[in-house]
Design a protein. Structure first.
Length: 96
């Protein structure tokens, strides 16, 4: 998730694609603690000023939420009021 802090939006969007691929490889038995750490590290970027980055992060979070909904739901509710816009958070929550 370190590349999500890159100054290049192109790199940040590509990082999200890599994150999606990682999530697809994880099994349902993947550690819930690490899922929470991963999610918390990327959720801040779903409130990015660039909509392209927001969308890319949202797609990755959607995949993670499908894998571990019981871990993701509370994290999403926790940050919802801290984001400038809630459309992406609500989009993921609506799929759970």
């Amino acid at each position: 998730t370190k590349r999500l802090d890159d100054s290049s939006d192109r790199v940040r969007v590509q990082c999200c694609g890599t994150l999606e691929a990682l999530v697809e490889c994880l099994g349902r038995d993947y550690c819930e603690t690490n899922t929470g750490y991963l999610l918390k590290g990327v959720l801040i970027h779903m409130d990015d000023t660039n909509p392209e980055v927001q969308e890319a992060v949202c797609r990755a979070v959607e995949k993670l939420a499908r894998l571990k909904p019981h871990v993701c739901r509370p994290c999403l509710h926790e940050v919802r009021d801290q984001h400038r816009g809630v459309a992406y958070i609500d989009r993921v929550l609506g799929q759970l």
